[in-house]
Design a protein around this ligand. Structure first.
Ligand code: FEO
Ligand code: CA
Ligand code: CA
Length: 653
């Protein structure tokens, strides 16, 4: 095993780890209806009769969702990307392409932090699209909002075998390649998308030099104060931005996921020892603390409490500081897709992606104002965070994380709502939340009011820990849960649920995988991750099988269309394949559903030892693929791809 392999495997393991809880939840067993009501009362939530325009946007009940008609793509794996017949899949923007007007040309042999902070970052994950002009619903011009989840130094820099041997300058390049990009893009008369050079909204947000404000109930709390920020309200950058969401007012939400990998130091006798252990801190995989003391938990004891939040960015105001919205809790945030409640508030759905972690929902206290963006600016600072409990009978409840209710009190180490939010996982333990098989993206369907949850896999679930929503031990393949909010209201405190599919090879016996019988040998998938819903209300699933893809599907990750309605419900078909070593991220449609943006993350990285014809670990100097440029000396480059039907019709038929 080479160092390259070790690094990639180590990052995989971060997603997969289960963090030991201090003790099994006990108060959850004592849960009562009275307790739920007490929590809700504290949050000031009162049922109202809605007169809001937004009531029209909340769904009242199931609506028929049409099927897919495109011709399925065969399974396989090679150095290139592939899309279903009849479609074009063009590279839109790559790692190193200019974002800011003064960005120098990409030079991978001599990359600098100053260049990188102006260029498109590494490992594009979530992709959002905000039409321009704002409110136009345009499908030919808009702002692409892109997360750059993490860096992979041995694939970014020549001659580097081990990430922890990266130089100070290389570490700064890596830091500048993190964060987010906002890039104006336009559809040309030739039917091809391209970035708008020097777009006035173009912006890079990085942990190198972007100040982010901390807002909401935990802002200014003693546990968020550092030597450079004695107020506990300002932090440099955002880290490990995985999935996200766009709000009805056109702001961009981005989730901080595996933030533990940046922090080094000793946990013994640390004032945050229990809290940090629950998050896997210090989980140093990057070696940044060698040059930046804020990533050493002994030098700067509270810095790690300032990561693991949802960040809100206004892509329409490049001068506005992004905000960490602490009301949404601190954990390993995957996405932040959202939907309106029947009375016009915003519900934000969030997975905590780690083995045996939880599903959350945040509901704002105030209503969204559809006319005035300014009114919505700080809406996410006030509201109630809930965690999900799934019952064996197909019912479920949302349990509020509210201080001084249901055991979230000083006796259990929570002195304020800030404490509850900083240690949201421990609070959720006490509330009796259901440990899940790694909740990734959570996607409400605006056409039907249902919500889809990717539970990507959990090889550590044992037979004695299976339950109805996590039905398999040694679960390498994952499942997708469908939940129906009570009365079709995303603000409701209960729901019903069912498993839409149990992933895996449909040729296996039924207890291994459950698909509609129409799913073919080419169409099935493993390890669902990012989700999207198109304009017809149809579900699309991106996969991430990680390093050991040969054990899950044996084919490249990609994008799959999954029927949710009618006789073909639970039928999957393959639409797009990533090049070897990549995972599929960022599914995002333009409002007319005629363009599908997808993100190819870490090409040439995962599991290249299992790739026929390569069979060794991948490095900058000797990568498994040089996608997408295939130019000698050019490393593989994570890129966003724009997919269009050749005839210009809607994606998926
Ligand atoms: Fe960043 Fe859970 O995927
Ligand atoms: Ca993900
Ligand atoms: Ca992933």
């Amino acid at each position: 095993m080479t160092q390259r392999k070790s690094f990639e495997a180590a990052l995989e393991a971060v997603d997969d780890e289960a963090i030991a809880r201090p003790m099994a939840p006990t108060l959850g067993e004592l849960w009562s209806r009275r307790a739920i009501l007490k929590g809700l009362g504290a949050a000031g939530l009162v049922a109202t009769t809605s007169t809001s325009l937004f009531a029209l946007a909340a769904c009242d009940g199931p609506e028929k969702v049409p099927g897919f008609t495109f011709k399925e793509l065969p399974r396989g794996v090679d150095e290139r990307h592939h899309v279903a017949e009849g479609y074009d899949a063009d590279i839109l923007i790559r790692w190193g392409d200019p974002v800011l007007a003064a960005a120098p040309a990409f030079d991978p042999q001599r990359q600098t932090a100053e260049a990188q902070r102006q260029q498109f970052g590494y490992n594009n994950d979530y992709v959002g699209f905000v039409p321009l002009p704002y409110g136009s619903g345009a499908s030919d011009r808009g702002l692409l909002c892109v997360n750059h989840e993490y860096t992979n130094a041995p694939l970014m820099f020549p001659g580097l075998a081990d990430v922890k041997e990266a130089s100070s300058e290389q570490v700064d390049v890596a830091i500048a390649a993190h964060g987010c990009s906002i890039v104006e893009i336009a559809l040309g008369a030739n039917g091809k998308w391209a970035p708008v050079a020097a777009g006035v909204y173009n912006r890079r947000i990085t942990p190198l030099d972007t100040e982010i404000r901390i807002s909401g109930p935990a802002a200014g709390h003693a546990r968020l104060k550092t030597s450079v920020d004695p107020e506990g309200t300002r932090v440099l950058g955002t880290l490990n931005n995985c999935a996200g969401g766009i709000t009805p007012w056109g702001s961009y939400l981005t989730g901080e996921e595996n933030v533990n990998i940046y922090f080094a130091g000793k946990i013994d006798a640390h004032p945050e020892a229990a809290n940090y252990a629950r998050m896997g801190i210090p989980g140093d995989k990057m070696g940044w603390a060698r040059f930046h003391k804020r990533f050493d938990i002994n030098e700067e004891p509270n810095e790690a409490n300032r990561f693991g939040w949802v960040v809100e960015i206004d892509p329409l105001d490049p001068a506005a500081a992004p905000r960490k919205r602490t009301a949404l809790g601190r954990f390993k945030h995957e996405g932040c897709e959202n939907a309106l409640t029947k009375d016009g508030r915003l519900a934000v759905y969030m997975g905590d992606d780690q083995r045996f972690e939880y599903l959350y929902k945040f509901v704002t206290a105030g209503k969204v104002d559809p006319q005035d963006r300014a009114v919505n600016r700080d809406l996410l600072d006030e509201g109630t965070l809930y965690v999900a409990r799934f019952e064996e009978d197909g019912s479920g409840t949302w349990r509020p994380l509210v201080h001084d209710a249901n055991g979230l009190n000083a006796a259990n180490g929570f002195s304020s709502q800030a404490d509850v939010l900083i240690e949201a996982r421990r609070a959720a333990d006490i509330l009796g939340a259901t440990p899940l098989d790694r909740p990734e993206d959570v996607q409400p369907n605006p056409q039907t009011g249902k919500v889809y949850i990717s539970l990507t896999n959990n090889s550590k679930r044992t037979a004695d820990k299976i339950d109805a929503v996590n039905p398999r031990a040694d679960n390498l393949w994952g499942q997708i849960v469908e939940i129906t909010p009570k009365n079709g209201d995303h603000g409701a405190d209960s729901f019903t649920w069912t498993l839409l599919v149990t992933c895996g090879d449909p040729a296996e016996p039924e207890e291994k995988a459950k698909w509609n019988g129409a799913t073919t040998a080419d169409g099935w998938f493993a390890c669902p991750d990012n989700l999207a819903v198109d304009g017809k209300g149809r579900l699309w699933v991106a996969t991430d099988q990680g390093d050991e893809w040969t054990k899950t599907s044996g084919a490249a990750d990609g994008m799959f269309a999954l029927e949710t309605d009618g006789a073909r419900r639970g039928t999957s078909r393959r639409f797009f394949r990533v090049p070897v070593g990549a995972e599929m991220c960022g599914p995002c449609f333009t409002p007319d559903s005629k363009t599908f943006f997808v993100a190819v993350q870490h090409p040439g990285a995962d599991g290249t030892k299992d790739f026929k014809g390569f069979e060794r670990a991948s490095t900058f100097d000797d990568p498994a693929t040089r996608w997408p440029d295939f130019t000698p000396g050019m490393p593989p480059r994570p890129s966003v791809v724009a997919i269009r039907e050749k005839k210009g019709g809607p994606i998926g038929g």
